[in-house]
Write a protein that binds this ligand. Structure first.
Ligand code: ZN
Length: 242
């Protein structure tokens, strides 16, 4: 292969390499994995928030379950006092009645609250099960996607390594000056560092070239780079595939 053929082979290698860009290929699945991960974290946060709420309501309920029988007991005692103690003044009687009324009110409120808390705890328990099932499902999806990602990544890495090996082999056949020109062109134009001259226009950035430059490119004695985009310009008749 002559220098131009090698450059064209390098360009072709780059074109193929740019088609299997792992970042582009793996981007969608990577984003999917990232979204699944944040959904799992959000659900776990929700679960621990629920666990705290559950614990607080449970303590409240336990306290009520101790208090309500106590209030019932107070009512019974007060009523007994009214019956047994003779010679109570009207004032004493009224006081005891008020005490009983208040205790009865507390008892009713306590019973209602007990039911409310029991319902809340049941709802939390149900929600917890649903959330746990959702986390499990999300984790399954995450693991499946991660396995696919790893497979695709390994495949892409292998492909990239083969392109790199081919590039290295081709570069070894070139003189250092051409390699330097090629590397400069590659840095700013990773997909197509080598382009054809199109009449008097750069086939890469499409800027118009001077007659002198066009002549130099067509003579082919020396490699000429576009001053605008740094791509290596080859004469049109060399037939680089576009
Ligand atoms: Zn150019």
């Amino acid at each position: 292969m002559d220098r131009i053929e090698i450059l064209m082979a390098l360009n072709e290698n780059n074109r193929e390499k740019s088609k299997v860009d792992p970042k582009k290929q793996l981007g969608p699945i990577y984003r999917e994995i990232r979204d699944l991960k944040s959904a799992i974290l959000a659900a776990e946060k929700q679960l621990s928030h629920m666990a705290r709420e559950y614990q607080e309501r449970k303590e409240e309920l336990d306290q009520l379950l101790l208090d309500v029988p106590q209030w019932t007991n107070d009512i019974a005692k007060a009523k007994e006092r009214m019956i047994r103690q003779r010679g109570l003044t009207l004032k004493d009687m009224l006081e005891i009645q008020q005490e009983v009324a208040k205790a009865e009110e507390n008892q009713l409120l306590g019973e209602a609250k007990t039911i409310d808390l029991q319902n809340k705890l049941a709802a939390y328990a149900k929600e917890k099960k649903i959330t746990q099932a959702r986390i499990k499902e999300l984790k399954t999806q995450f693991n499946q996607r991660a396995a696919i990602y790893n497979q695709e990544k390994a495949k892409a890495d292998l492909q990239m390594a083969s392109f790199a090996a081919k590039e290295e082999a081709l570069l070894e056949e070139l003189d250092p000056e051409t390699v330097a020109l090629y590397r400069d062109a590659l840095q700013s134009n990773p997909d197509n560092p080598v382009v054809l001259l199109e009449k008097d226009i750069c086939g890469g950035c499409r800027i118009g070239l001077s007659k002198h430059m066009v002549k130099l490119v067509n003579q082919g004695d020396k490699l000429i780079c576009c001053e605008n985009c740094m791509r290596i310009l080859l004469p049109a008749h060399k037939g680089v595939k576009e």
